[in-house]
Design a protein around this ligand. Structure first.
Ligand SMILES: Cc1cc2nc3c(=O)[nH]c(=O)nc-3n(C[C@H](O)[C@H](O)[C@H](O)COP(=O)(O)OP(=O)(O)OC[C@H]3O[C@@H](n4cnc5c(N)ncnc54)[C@H](O)[C@@H]3O)c2cc1C
Length: 409
């Protein structure tokens, strides 16, 4: 008797497919783990294709370690840029606080940040998934309502050919920050903090020739603002907070973005902006990641500021933890285990992920010279002490939170 035969019987004979709402990185990673464990999965995606989603660009070591286990780390690394070091800087001065991930080499197989757009992960995951007959993805299938029954979830879908219904023993709600599933169950976020608005530009410009001491990832204070500059292959992503008094449509216009860039990096030529996006996020978290037959993960469960690059990474960690708890339940274990999933990942979302992203956001937005001096001093103390650097990077790489997760009952 082999495990795989047992797993095939169990999957095909006992369970209708697990349905996943949303083909974002979180839903697709959950799908990879489930089909690899021998379970049938249907992913429902309202769009007609995978979007060219430019939001997340940072994959942390802890996430790359997870992806390594399912053969997705290496092809992803091939598509992005490896950054072993990154820094805080003060614009126009020689002040740098440089962090080197070499000091956590013993804690990860990937002691670097990978800078790579999130759509590369989604594409790679689907390329791998479609080779598995247990997997199905239905594009153009939008969940419009659902009933959370005692033994299953019943979904109603809008498709190009009309309405459909589908039921599943467990629905994984990975349908993003505006989650329809969350709304349909009458749930909203707790722990909300004020919204943050930012603009992100993808530029074809050799900043490496212009800015002395630049690294591949830079978080930079200007006199009264902040920007980040990240290199993705031969392009740069430049993100900043627009003037809050300017309507966002105006702030993101060609004229306003060019003038913002020119003020920081005067150039005779206009900048070649290949892509621009703006976003407003109001951080928050669900009171529980489980509601009966529905299991929430990723942005559908908790939202944080993009500062720190933690949303997608922690969402994929949610998916990993969720599947770890769901597999025994599919094998007959008590479904109370799924409440433990919720306790574990909700605690991590609030006490680790949101704490870290809020701290990053606060540091970046600080404009008071006195408070900035204190933050800078703190940063210098961290980078000049190996033990402190290590602690800092274990936290920010979400290695510590993955270790802590297992200790939460
Ligand atoms: C500018 C920016 C930069 C960021 N940078 C980083 C970063 O560097 N690192 C990081 O970790 N995070 C980052 N994030 C956060 C990251 O983008 C999100 O956390 C991540 O996309 C969440 O993944 P998800 O799968 O939960 O949701 P999503 O990626 O939003 O995917 C949800 C999917 O569900 C589908 N869907 C929605 N409603 C329905 C429905 N009713 N029926 C069917 N399908 C539906 C959507 O079409 C979508 O495909 C950033 C965010 C922003 C805005």
């Amino acid at each position: 008797m082999t495990l795989s035969v047992k797993s095939e019987n169990r999957t095909i004979q006992r369970h209708p497919p697990i349905v996943i709402a949303g083909a974002g990185p979180v839903g697709l990673y959950a799908a990879v783990l489930l089909v690899n464990a021998g379970h049938r999965v249907i992913v429902l995606e309202k769009n007609h294709d995978l979007p060219l989603d430019m939001r997340a660009s940072t994959f942390h070591p802890s996430t790359l370690d997870l992806l390594g286990a399912c053969g997705l780390a290496d092809p992803l690394i091939f598509r992005g840029s490896i950054m072993q070091g990154w820094q805080y800087m003060i614009h126009g001065t020689k002040n740098h606080a440089v962090f080197d991930l070499e000091c956590i080499r013993d804690a990860t197989d990937h002691p670097f940040r990978l800078i790579c757009e999130q759509y590369h992960f989604s594409n790679l995951a689907v390329e791998q998934l479609v080779r598995n007959p247990l997997f199905e993805i239905r594009f153009g299938h939008e969940i419009v309502s659902l009933e959370n029954r005692q033994d299953r979830a019943l979904l109603r879908l809008q498709t190009s050919t009309g309405e459909q219904e589908i039921e599943t023993p467990w629905l994984i709600a990975a349908d993003g920050g505006h989650s329809t599933v969350r709304g349909q169950l009458g749930l909203s976020f707790e722990h909300q903090s004020p919204p943050v608005t930012s603009i992100s530009l993808v530029l074809n410009h050799p900043f490496e020739n212009d800015v002395p001491g630049i690294l591949g990832v830079n978080f930079v204070w200007t006199q009264n603002g902040f920007y980040s500059l990240r290199q993705i292959r031969d392009l740069w992503r430049f993100s900043y907070q627009p003037d809050p008094d300017l309507p966002i449509g105006e702030a993101v216009s060609e004229a306003a973005t060019q003038s913002y860039l020119q003020a920081l990096f005067p150039s005779l030529e206009p900048y070649e902006i290949q892509h621009r996006l703006h976003y407003t996020i109001q951080p928050g978290c669900l009171s529980s990641f489980r509601q009966g037959r529905v299991l929430f993960a990723g942005d559908a469960a908790h939202l944080e500021s993009p500062a720190g690059g933690l949303g997608m990474n922690s969402g994929m960690h949610d998916a990993h933890c969720l599947v770890e708890h769901l597999l025994p339940v599919l094998d007959g274990a008590d479904d109370d285990l799924l409440d433990r999933y919720s306790r574990r990942r909700r605690t991590i979302a609030i006490e680790e992920v949101q704490r870290l992203s809020a701290r990053e956001e606060r540091w970046r937005r600080e404009t008071s010279p006195v408070k900035r001096a204190a933050i800078w001093q703190e940063l210098l103390e961290i980078v000049s002490d190996d033990a402190k650097t290590r602690e800092f990077l274990l936290d920010l790489s979400l290695i510590r939170s993955r270790q802590r997760e297992a200790d939460i009952d």
